[in-house]
Design a protein around this ligand. Structure first.
Ligand code: ADP
Ligand code: MG
Length: 361
């Protein structure tokens, strides 16, 4: 269905934003450390036509909704549906003092929904970009990322950090975002032409993931407290001997965070130098640290990483995201990513009896 077929007029604004995947820097964000997400080719697109009054009509092709959802700006209310993201955006804009009028909206997306590639931030940022353009709102990019996060935190009710919104606002196609989650200092680093991004979803999701995530956060706080630092970010490799004197499993938890921060810094250097072999090695090291020290991997994810290691066209692979299921991110020889991923998925099906999916490329 086109915008014209739906609303009887063409859109005047078209805006979009990409999904993202974290290359390296896992469980570092709530420890004040570094992360390195990159955008994926898939995007969410918003077409919009302003109309008089404050009424919004919106339809998203990808949620199978038959008719547009409508509401009036200023009367937003949470319903536990996708429309919370849209209402959250107009709510947060109004709250920040930006005047938003009525509009007809059509949303299309190639980012898999709920697959860990941040379709939520892609939707928020595509909407914010469309409103910014349609109503000439003076919003800077970092402010836009924070507005998206605020909509998701305060309106949708999801306690997410700002990484996803920063990544899909600030990093362009084929770029990674090096972000210091404490100071929010950031820089954009181009992905080397010598590596192709691959993401495979294991199809496994553990129901206890939320509880285990909370437990890891609590362990990090406890470790930081015992070591007398505000956050594990404040430690470096020189502190590892005293880190490892902490009671089990706190030492290993903290060691993951300290070494992972170092791996992000090394990965940024490797990216800048176009050294994909070194980058690949850092991916494997990060995976081992998540598996053995942080204990957030699962056998299916470990199998995918091992299959990747046995694939000559793959430089490196690791669990991406919080863990206990989810996806594996890999770097492959350019032009060989799809074939390598399909071979890995086929072997995974044979060995694990489960269907993994290639999300990128
Ligand atoms: P992720 O961000 O990892 O994809 P989330 O659970 O954070 O997963 O966000 C997914 C939710 O965001 C969907 O269930 C839906 O409510 C909303 N959403 C994302 N993209 C779209 C879209 N294109 N159309 C409608 N809703 C969307
Ligand atoms: Mg999300």
């Amino acid at each position: 269905m086109t915008f014209y077929e739906l609303y009887g007029a063409p859109p005047s604004v078209r805006a979009s934003a990409p999904g993202r995947v974290n290359l390296i820097g896992e469980h570092t964000d709530y420890n004040g450390g570094y992360v390195l997400p990159t955008t994926i080719p898939q995007r969410t697109t918003v077409e919009l036509l302003p109309r008089p009054g404050g009424a919004i009509r919106a339809l998203s092709i990808d949620v199978g909704q038959p008719t547009p959802f409508d509401y009036v700006v200023g009367t937003e209310s949470r319903r536990g549906r996708w429309t919370d993201y849209l209402q959250g955006v107009t709510w947060v804009l109004s709250k920040a003092g930006f005047a938003v009028g009525g509009a007809d909206i059509l949303i299309t997306s190639t980012v898999p929904l709920g697959g860990g590639l941040s379709s939520s931030a892609a939707l928020e940022i595509a909407l914010l970009r469309a409103f910014r353009e349609a109503f000439s709102l003076p919003i800077g990019d970092v402010q836009m990322a924070r507005l998206g996060q605020q909509a998701e935190n305060e309106f949708v009710g999801a306690p997410v950090g700002v990484m996803d919104q920063m990544a899909c606002t600030l990093a362009g196609n084929g770029e990674a975002l090096f972000l210091d989650t404490r100071s929010l200092e950031w820089s954009v680093v181009p992905m080397p032409a010598s590596a192709e991004l691959v993401v495979i979803n294991s199809g496994v999701a553990h129901s206890h993931a939320k509880g285990d995530y909370r437990m890891r956060r609590a362990e990090c706080e406890q470790a930081a407290g015992l070591l007398g630092v505000a956050a594990l970010r404040d430690l470096d490799a020189g502190d590892l001997p005293r880190v490892m004197r902490l009671p089990e499993p706190l030492g290993r938890r903290a060691r993951h965070v300290v070494t992972e921060d170092d791996r992000v810094l090394a990965a940024v250097e490797a990216l800048r130098a176009g050294n994909v072999a070194s980058l690949g090695g850092l991916f494997y090291a990060s995976h081992e640290s998540m598996r053995d020290d942080y204990e957030v991997s699962i056998p299916e994810i470990d199998l995918l990483v091992e299959l990747a290691r046995a694939t000559p066209d793959v430089y490196g692979a690791r669990l991406t995201g919080g863990g206990f299921g989810g996806s594996v991110v890999m770097l492959a020889r350019p032009g060989r990513g799809r074939a390598a991923a399909e071979a890995i998925v086929a072997e995974f099906a044979a060995r694990a009896g489960k269907a993994a999916t290639v999300l990128v490329p």
